[in-house]
Design a protein around this ligand. Structure first.
Ligand SMILES: Cc1cc2nc3c(=O)[nH]c(=O)nc-3n(C[C@H](O)[C@H](O)[C@H](O)COP(=O)(O)O)c2cc1C
Length: 311
């Protein structure tokens, strides 16, 4: 079964976000209103391929029953490590493998991965081919328009489409633009044309500045050829963004309690300080949220937080 052919158009995806879309937060989003498809945070193929890094890589690839269907996202620059990692993913319960060719983080790029692949297209293709021949799962790619000039999309996306990935997610910015300029929605018609000319079977997913289901449906009206839309930071503004429900204070508090409960099952994932980054998502948009948030930011344990919110 190819998951990309099972999804009804237009499908919605929660974007992979390092340090955010882990096994706990995905369960929180599923409770609020799940997307059609989840992605994991990205996992480094060289970590998985090394004895020292494998345990950590496997932890990042842990999934829960509410995650399915879910795609494992991987990054790196060593084609053999792409093969090794991809080989393992089917038995771990994934419905597909996605290669990250778009991350702008300087450590990732210095290691030759993420958006650095835009500068080494031959290597990118070798990694893609290795991943594809190592699994029966569909292999997709997530990338940006180019490295520094949005016009690079013409050659870069054509290079990728020539390999016929199962799906191609385009974050409508260059690496250099980071997330500092508005997404280039004006290029969607040209990108649709490229996909249709070169690889009509590849599902096209658009990403960047899409905050809500309503935003995605509006884009779908305008560009019905786009198969799916991916929402990232919109989930910080409203964890119910996949249903467009405006949550009540009680519903947000319920999600916070649920996240605290989950954290107690996975305390090794991150520190309590890291958990506090999520508080703003839940303690937001209701009267008194600012003061309550300030109090919670001063806590040092789940027990202390529970004492304040009475949950
Ligand atoms: C905190 C954070 C972590 C991210 N980590 C990843 C990642 O692991 N893999 C990836 O492909 N993109 C990653 N991204 C990029 C998002 O998937 C997405 O492409 C970007 O945020 C633009 O979409 P948005 O405007 O809906 O947020 C990350 C973005 C953020 C904000």
């Amino acid at each position: 079964m190819n998951i990309w052919n099972e999804l009804k158009k237009p499908f919605l995806i929660l974007a992979p976000m390092e340090g955010v879309t882990d096994i706990m937060f995905r369960q929180v989003v599923a409770r609020a209103g799940r997307p059609d498809l989840f992605f994991t945070e990205f996992t480094n193929v060289s970590s998985y391929a090394s004895e020292k890094g494998r345990e950590n890589a496997l932890e990042r690839l842990e999934i829960s029953p509410t995650d399915s269907p879910i795609i494992a996202q991987i990054w790196g620059k060593n084609p053999d490590h792409f093969s090794k990692t991809t080989e393992a993913l089917e038995s771990l319960g994934f419905s597909g493998v996605d290669l990250n060719f778009g991350c702008p983080d300087k450590h990732v790029n210095k290691a030759g991965g993420g958006a650095a692949m835009i500068k080494t297209p031959e290597l990118a293709i070798e990694c893609f081919k290795n991943a594809k021949k190592s699994t029966n799962l569909p292999v997709s790619i997530k990338t940006r328009l180019g490295w520094s000039n949005p016009e690079e999309y013409k050659t870069w996306l054509s290079t990728l489409l020539n390999e016929h990935p199962a799906a191609l997610t385009v974050h409508l910015r260059t690496k250099k633009e980071m997330s500092k300029v508005p997404a280039h929605f004006e290029l969607i018609p040209e990108i649709i044309k490229l996909r249709t000319q070169i690889s009509p079977e590849t599902k096209l997913i658009i990403n960047g500045d899409i905050k809500t289901r309503a935003n995605a449906l509006e884009l779908h009206q305008k560009y019905p050829e786009v198969d799916g839309f991916m929402i990232g930071r919109g989930v910080f503004e409203n964890p119910y963004c996949f249903t467009d429900h405006t949550p009540t204070k009680d519903e947000l508090m319920d999600l916070l309690k649920y996240h605290l409960d989950l954290y107690e099952n996975y305390p090794h994932y991150y520190s309590y300080e890291a958990l506090k980054h999520f508080i703003k998502i839940y303690i937001n948009n209701f009267p008194g949220a600012k003061d309550l948030r300030a109090k919670l930011m001063e806590t040092h344990s789940v027990a202390e937080a529970r004492g304040i919110i009475g949950l």
